[in-house]
Design a protein around this ligand. Structure first.
Ligand SMILES: Cc1cc2nc3c(=O)[nH]c(=O)nc-3n(C[C@H](O)[C@H](O)[C@H](O)COP(=O)(O)OP(=O)(O)OC[C@H]3O[C@@H](n4cnc5c(N)ncnc54)[C@H](O)[C@@H]3O)c2cc1C
Length: 500
């Protein structure tokens, strides 16, 4: 009984089981621009686009500070250290300047300054880049954290979200109107990087990826121009940003298609002790292919801290009539003897925020992933055989399929339309002394699973060793569009596409 209660408490936040050490690291988003820009009194040592040491003239820096409605921060500014920090505690970098933008005109000024000065430029949306691409040493961090507002046009069923919004700003604005779009599983993730790279979430089988719901956008390109783009206006650029990451400019506004949605959803996590992993994952391998678009089921394998044991789990969300959902998921719930079955009717926002604390800001984290066409019994066996029973590491999945696979391979720049599932190996820890063990163990673990994969999802990847070829047949067009809109490769701190 005590064991069952323990599990219930621990699994209440579902993926809390997977990143159990990290609940103390939460950080809130700054709410206002509180501090005025302090003028530079000397030239500023900086790093150029190609890595050379340069000095920025103080007059030019002060001119930029005066032009911004937001704040220009130099080292020593009271908010400099707070602002330069991003989610992954592995990246402790010190930009020469932080341009905290308040509106699109600020973004235009900051981009123009960086281009004219040939200054290394990092663009920070929500700051969740695993490899730390949204901050840099010696360059400019263009910070969008104050541009987080979302307006919902209920008639047109479109959400207009500023480029620095988080997923919870988007959900919080749309759900009260009975509307939703695909968002990811941790609500403090930025919509910026999330959307530009693809955007997987619990509703993607029904509504597609975030890029599939993007109907238009406003973007500041390297020439400093603010452009409104869509399938009708500058369609090449609009195609490229739907999967091509931050390569093409700074998106100041995303416009998403919304869908009528009942926010009470049958959802939750089922967990089984690890000795039932073979029965559970084999069942999943045989069962998942025929599931409806309404049903999202994602397998995980995790270990609780303090000797709490290892578990195989399924995260389940049914986006539709609960009675139909009950029937469809019944075979899964009948498998083995679960340690806990937490599936119940609950507010979608509970699901969308339940992992926030577990993936708290400041955690040290590493992750690798690969796209798989089918979660087979052979893959299940490999996952079980290679499983590392340590609370610092876990096996996760994002389930795709459904609407995500019905979009043509070259309709957007997102390259992995034939994948049913994304598999991930990674984790989080606090102590820097764990870095080497955790990273080398995760790499070795993933190497055993990699033969089952084809390409990877750039947004959930720490290393870039596979970058060449990951865009498949979209690569030449991306290079050509990059050559048109960013010939000098100003936007290079991303999964970089070299301009044609
Ligand atoms: C805890 C956690 C949970 C996650 N869950 C999911 C998930 O459920 N589904 C999923 O698909 N992904 C998920 N991801 C991956 C996520 O999509 C990427 O990390 C994404 O890059 C985060 O976007 P961001 O704006 O927060 O990142 P940032 O670090 O700010 O930026 C990442 C990259 O995008 C660029 N960028 C950001 N905003 C803009 C903008 N407005 N204009 C131009 N370029 C911009 C940056 O320059 C950088 O290259 C998760 C990541 C984390 C850390």
């Amino acid at each position: 009984m005590r064991r069952r209660q323990f599990c219930r408490n621990t699994f209440a936040a579902s993926f809390a089981a997977a990143f159990p050490l990290l609940t103390a690291c939460e950080r809130s988003q700054p709410e206002t621009i509180a501090e005025a820009t302090a003028p530079a009194d000397t030239g500023i040592a900086a790093i150029s686009l190609d890595g050379a040491n340069i000095e920025l003239e103080k007059a030019a820096v002060n001119e930029l500070g005066a032009e911004l409605n937001g704040t220009l921060m130099l080292a020593g500014h009271p908010k400099y250290d707070e602002t330069r920090k991003i989610w992954n505690g592995m990246h402790d970098k010190r930009p020469a300047l932080i341009a905290q933008c308040a509106n699109p005109q600020d973004v235009q000024a900051a981009v123009t300054f960086a281009r004219q000065q040939e200054l290394l430029l990092a663009v920070r949306g929500g700051g969740h880049s695993w490899p730390g691409k949204s901050v840099c040493d010696g360059g400019m961090m263009l910070d969008l954290s104050q541009m987080y507002r979302v307006n919902v046009d209920t008639d047109a069923q479109i959400a207009h979200a500023q480029g620095g919004a988080w997923l919870n700003h988007l959900d919080s604005a749309t759900l009260p109107h009975g509307l939703v779009t695909t968002g990811g599983v941790v609500s403090h993730t930025g919509i910026g990087g999330f959307t530009l790279g693809g955007g997987f979430g619990r509703l993607n089988r029904k509504y597609g990826l975030a890029v599939d719901n993007l109907v238009s956008a406003q973007i500041v390109t390297a020439d400093g121009k603010l452009r409104t783009i869509s399938a009708e206006e500058e369609p090449d650029l609009f195609w490229a940003i739907r999967g091509g990451g931050g390569n093409f400019g700074v998106v100041t506004r995303f416009d998403y298609q919304l869908h009528p949605f009942n926010r009470e959803v049958l959802s939750g996590m089922i967990m089984w002790p690890v000795d039932q992993a073979s029965e559970v994952l084999h069942f999943y391998a045989d069962w998942h292919a025929g599931l409806s678009d309404e049903l999202y089921v994602g397998p995980i394998m995790v270990t609780l801290p303090d000797g709490g044991g290892s578990f195989v789990g399924m995260e389940v969300v049914y986006n539709g009539d609960p009675a139909v959902g009950e029937a469809e998921m019944a075979p899964l719930r009948a498998i083995g003897t679960p340690a806990d079955d937490g599936i119940k009717m609950q507010d979608y926002m509970v699901m969308q925020t339940q992992e926030d604390a577990s993936f708290g800001h400041g955690v040290r984290s590493y992750i690798k992933n690969g796209m798989v066409q089918s979660f087979t019994r052979e893959l299940a066996d490999a996952v079980i055989e290679t499983f590392v029973p340590d609370p610092r590491l876990a096996f996760f999945t994002h389930t795709a399929g459904g609407a995500t696979t019905r979009v043509g391979e070259l309709d957007t720049a997102f390259p992995h339309r034939n994948a049913e599932t994304m598999i991930m190996v990674g984790g989080g820890w606090i102590d820097p002394a764990d870095d080497e063990w955790a990273m080398s163990t995760a790499r070795a673990w993933f190497a055993e699973l990699q033969p089952f994969t084809g390409g990877y999802y750039d947004n959930i990847h720490y290393d870039r060793e596979q970058a060449a070829g990951n865009y498949g047949p979209a690569q030449p067009r991306l290079e050509q569009i990059k050559g048109v809109y960013d010939p000098g490769n100003l936007f290079r701190l991303n999964n970089n596409i070299i301009p044609a």
